[in-house]
Ligand binder design. Structure first.
Ligand code: X8Z
Ligand code: ZN
Length: 599
């Protein structure tokens, strides 16, 4: 059995045209030579893995998962070998650059395993099976009609029928209980792997990606959440009141958490799709971007071209032809793909792609910018050595495209012909509310997903309490509750992509903070002087140059240096968000004056 697995691994690697790398790295007692050789070896393996993962995400089959698992096994075994080999330099006087690389070597596996081939193989097989289950999920109703992503996501966005919403919400989550056993096992193996690498547990390893002590990072995230809490609570209060008016207090009680299926999103993370139910009567946002996208007849590819044009307007080179040839923009009719959007760096400095099931909606338009932000970052830091490619911290990578999409203002849309003219700025509450429904609503959510996971990895939350813990956190931080009792026979977190895919999530929380800091700095660089939320730095070469300087640094410097180079400050701080939304916050407080807020 074991031999078969090894043969599969070798076959996969040879099929991808990669000759196994020589065992050089571990021979050197010179830390600089060791780390460079390690990078070269890993670079080859990561490229092979990218091709295998691309196939597995674009053609979900038994065999594609086998190939991806084989590639993962090779990478995992090699990183463990190198990380262990690096231990011989502990306590030695090495250059700061090499010390940084040695630290990154230990963090190179998002999901580590102990140094045991059987466990490495089990982890690879089970984690690939989990992503496959997520990507191929279909829910079939009583009439035998089957739905998948993105149709189910679209129903959650557009339906106002609470029964239909509940059915689709529950139907989506039928994917998850069968994942539970594998998920628990994957977490168990990964946790043991993190401990072998010297971390307290997997959560602590993930928190070690931020150039500070993992506990200090947790405290920093909590501080940042505290900064935006008053704004979030005001938003939750207003949305709850308006949904209660619309659906009735039987369905949305005036007090307590908002039922999770009524917020216009499968996970209640962005609330933009309930904008029409909560918008101010006196002030419209002036336009309906979704309607305009459809009316303009923009195909998926055109929407991506529009996103690319923003980046080229800043002075970045256009994406290469291969991006357009190899990316996936729409859901294929005849096969299962992982529809959750992603951006890919295939590792050769040329080949960048996105994979998305694009629909003509404002949310997707924003996600396109998000993904392109990853691609432009990946290309900007391609001259860094392999271990220094990546965001200054994981939040930086997630924040670039989002900072760009804050520039999708009415003025910008008018400029590119997506709306007829720029509405005047005498009453922008509707506009600000839309932005808050999208960006502020998601903040506690982006914070709590890893609170939940950290609880599992630290042992605080036993496997049999995972679902109850999930809903406790959702209620505590989001003021959102389950539409029906969801005990531990369910596994609701499993129906969120990043949980089966084992992608850390605090990165998105940090990105929500950073994107407003980046945006404000880029508006300054562009010489903009009006109200912040009306700023678009489209076509500002000054803004582009500033941005590029930071992107080119990749992860070569501690993130405060990268932040300082763009914004002039070394601190993450929510004051840019609070300033941006100040007029909305005042308006929400007026609306909520006679309401009892909190949950
Ligand atoms: O997963 C994503 C991106 C890919 S990195 C589409 N995002 C998070 C999510 O969808 O849950 C972007 C916003 C938060
Ligand atoms: Zn992303």
């Amino acid at each position: 059995m074991k031999i078969r697995v090894v043969l599969v691994s070798l076959a996969a690697v040879l099929a991808l045209g990669l000759t196994p790398a020589p065992q050089e790295a571990n021979r050197s007692d010179d830390p600089d030579i060791f780390v460079e050789a390690a990078e070269a070896e890993l670079d080859g393996l990561f490229r092979a893995q990218a091709n295998a993962d691309w196939i597995a995400a674009n053609f979900i089959t038994y065999d594609s998962q086998k190939i991806a698992a084989a590639a993962q096994e090779l990478v995992t075994a090699k990183v463990i070998e190198l990380a262990k080999g690096a231990a011989r330099f502990d306590g030695m006087d090495v250059s700061p650059r090499t010390a940084r690389k040695l630290a990154f070597l230990k963090l190179a596996l998002p999901v580590p395993a102990p140094d045991d081939p059987a466990l490495i193989a089990e982890l690879a097989a089970k984690s690939n099976a989990l992503t496959g289950t997520y990507g191929s999920h279909r829910y079939c109703n009583e009439d035998g009609e089957c739905l998948a992503e993105p149709e189910m996501v679209n129903i959650m966005a557009t339906s106002r029928d609470p029964d239909e919403l509940l059915e689709v919400w529950k139907g989506w989550r039928t994917m998850a209980p069968p994942m539970r056993e594998d998920y628990v096992r994957v977490m168990e193996i990964a946790n043991a792997g993190a401990k072998e690498l010297g971390f307290d547990d997997l959560g602590s390893m993930w928190r070690s990606n931020y150039d500070m002590d993992p506990d200090a990072f947790a405290a920093e995230a909590e501080r940042l959440l505290g900064q935006i809490q008053p704004l979030y609570e005001a938003l939750q209060c207003h949305v709850r009141a308006k949904l209660s008016e619309f659906y009735g207090s039987q369905i949305v009680p005036e007090q307590g958490p908002i039922p999770a299926h009524l917020l216009g999103n499968m996970w209640a993370q962005s609330w933009l799709n309930v904008s029409d139910l909560v918008a101010p009567e006196t002030s419209a946002d002036g336009f309906d971007l979704g309607a305009n996208l459809r009316a303009a007849g923009l195909e998926a590819r055109d929407m991506v071209r529009t996103g690319e044009a923003f980046f080229t307007s800043l002075g970045f080179d256009p994406l290469p032809d291969t991006f357009w040839e190899r990316s996936l923009f729409t859901k294929p009719r005849d096969r299962d793909v992982v529809c959750h959007a992603s951006a890919w760096d295939m590792g050769d400095g040329e080949d960048y792609r996105i994979k998305m099931c694009i629909e003509p909606t404002p949310e997707m338009f924003e996600t396109i910018h998000h993904e392109l932000g990853h691609n432009f970052y990946q290309r900007a830091d391609r001259d860094q050595p392999p271990l220094f490619r990546g965001g200054a911290n994981p939040g930086f990578h997630e924040a670039i495209g989002d900072a760009i999409s804050l520039s999708i203002t009415p003025g910008y849309l008018a400029q590119i012909g997506l709306i007829e003219s720029e509405p005047d700025d005498s009453d922008d509450i509707g506009l600000l509310l839309d932005m808050a429904l999208d960006r502020v609503a998601a903040m506690p959510w982006t914070y709590l997903v890893d609170q939940w996971r950290w609880g599992i990895s630290s042992g605080k939350t036993p496997p049999e309490a995972m679902n109850v813990s999930w809903w406790e956190l959702r209620e505590k931080y989001q003021g959102v509750g389950p539409p029906e009792v969801r005990g531990d026979e369910f596994f609701d977190p499993g129906a969120k992509y990043h949980v089966p895919a084992m992608v850390s999530y605090t990165r998105y929380f940090i990105a929500r903070i950073l994107q407003f800091q980046f945006y404000r700095a880029l508006c300054d660089a562009a010489g903009y002087a009006g109200p912040l939320h009306r700023c678009s730095f489209f076509s500002s070469k000054e803004a582009g140059a500033r941005l590029n300087t930071m992107l080119e640094m990749g992860a070569s410097q501690p993130w405060p240096d990268a932040l300082e180079s763009l914004t002039g400050t070394r601190e993450m701080d929510a004051s840019a968000i609070n300033d941006y939304f100040a007029p909305l916050h005042a308006w929400l407080n007026e609306q909520n004056a006679s309401r009892q807020c909190g949950w």
